[in-house]
Every structure is written in C-alpha cells, then in structure tokens.
Write a protein that binds this ligand. Sequence first.
Ligand SMILES: NC(=O)c1ccc[n+]([C@@H]2O[C@H](COP(=O)([O-])OP(=O)(O)OC[C@H]3O[C@@H](n4cnc5c(N)ncnc54)[C@H](OP(=O)(O)O)[C@@H]3O)[C@@H](O)[C@H]2O)c1
Length: 270
Amino acid sequence: MKMVTLNNGTQVPQIGLGLWQVRDPQQFHEAVRLAFINGYRHFDTAQAYGNEAMFGHTWRESGIARKDFFVTTKIAVNNFGYHRTKRSFMQSLEDLETDYVDLLLLHFPVPILRKRSWKALQSIAEHGQARAIGVSNFTVRHLEELAKYARIVPAVNQVELHVFLQQPELLSYCALKGIVVEAYSPLAHARDMNNPVIREIAERHGRSYAQIMLRWCIQKGLIVLPKSINPERIKENFNVFDFELDADDMRRLEALDRNFRTCWSPVHVP
Ligand SMILES: NC(=O)c1ccc[n+]([C@@H]2O[C@H](COP(=O)([O-])OP(=O)(O)OC[C@H]3O[C@@H](n4cnc5c(N)ncnc54)[C@H](OP(=O)(O)O)[C@@H]3O)[C@@H](O)[C@H]2O)c1
C-alpha cells in the first residue's frame, strides 16, 4: 500500500474504504472484515453515516492493533458550533471505541458556524485526540476564508473528484497550500460505468472499468475512497497498484471532465 504524507507528517494509506450508506450492521461488519483481510488499512466514516459504533465493534473483533489502521470521521452539519463539535466528537470517540482518530474533518462548509467548529478541531488536535484535522466540500473561496483565522492549516480537503469532475483549480490551490485532496465518490457513485474511452483503456490494460477510474486518481496523487459492500469489488478496488496508465491514457481520461457532480454541491454556499 502506498502512503501519502500530510502537512504535519501524518502518513495516510492512499486507498481507504468509503462507508457512506453502509447502514446494515451485518453488511457493514462483513465489508469491513473483508477489507481488513484484503489489506485495507484506511476507513472513511462520519457522524452522519450512522455507523461509527459498527466500525468500533468491527475493528475490535478484527484483532488488528489500533496503531495499524487509519480512521477518519467527520463532524455532521447539525453538530457545528464550538461546544457541539467538541461534545459530538467525544461521542464519536466512544462509538469508534478509540481514544483518538487519525483524521477529523468538518463535513461541509456550514455558513457562520464553520469558524467556531474549526477552532474546536484545532483544540481537539492540540489535545492529541486527532492526529490530523481537515475539511470536506470546501471550495477555494471557503479555504481562503479559513486561512484568515486558522492557526492550523487543514491537512486535507475531501471533495467529490473523479474523471467526470476533475476540479483542476481546486487541485492547484490545494497543492500550493500543502493541503492533500481526498477524492470521494471516485467511481462517480457508479452513475456512469459505460464510457467508451474508459472501457477501451480498461480492455487494453486487462483491468476493470472501476480500476481505471481509481488508478487515474492514484496517479494524480489523490487519496481515494471507493465504497463497496461487494466482496469481489472490495478486492478489485484495492488492486490498482500493479499497473500504470501512460501519458496518453491520462490525457484521454483528462478529456472526460464534464463537471458531473453526483453528491451535494458546496459551490453556492456563502
Ligand atoms: N465528504 C463527503 O461529503 C462525502 C460524500 C460522498 C462520499 N464520501 C465518501 O466517499 C466514499 C465513496 O463515495 P460513494 O459511496 O458516493 O461512491 P463511489 O465509491 O464512487 O461508488 C460507490 C458505488 O459504486 C459501486 N461500486 C463499487 N466498486 C465497484 C466496482 N469495482 N465496479 C462497479 N461498481 C462498483 C458500489 O456498489 P457496491 O457497494 O454494491 O459494490 C456503489 O454503488 C463514501 O462511502 C464516503 O466514505 C464523502
């Protein structure tokens, strides 16, 4: 597994299992158990996903030591504000059955309250309860505003990013400021699995359509968070480190950008 280094030195496995919309305890348990077996050591949950306690239970049963995997959670939009953020985070720690998280994010740039929540995250980081802190769904505008009052530069911005939504300006800005970008919905939520260019590249490399989409993210230097509860696909999505797209493949994939958003948009959030 390749690691990505954040601006405070924290190392992150480049692929993490996405856990949004995995709510059935049995399915959750099985997906995370299989992910551990197949080598995943990075898991992406959130207060809003309603499965932090399922994660806590499952990793305890896995026998994997806490220091040997990376877990992210996110403050839900209804838990913003300084004290609410801190209180809800204590509940997250309890549910996750851990005394620290590896990465803690603000889930969305909630107007006004995001400033107080960021201050809470800084305090949490300073108390050693989050190894790194960051944001999610922040645009350049939101990041520039944050830079005016932040004592800690966010380590990460987790945003929707895939071949159909490439966000080049946001990537350049984050690279300049030392903020690592995590690609969520890297398979575009499986909403377009029929693009002829991706199909042709996949056939030529003897790989699946999904593996080409994920490999493109990997070669862009992004952390990538595919979600699957299917045993074959959990394995398939992890096996993207033993082949390479060439410059021509990358160019053809870059031409597929069409600003196609599958999840919530922060673009018009003041
Ligand atoms: N911060 C945020 O606001 C935010 C928002 C959205 C997502 N996220 C994070 O990003 C993660 C991934 O995003 P996502 O769940 O929206 O979408 P995704 O990973 O792009 O796509 C998931 C969909 O693709 C299917 N799939 C997975 N692997 C496949 C493969 N190899 N071939 C064909 N289909 C495949 C899955 O079905 P099966 O499960 O049946 O395989 C599921 O329907 C989330 O779980 C979450 O952790 C964060």
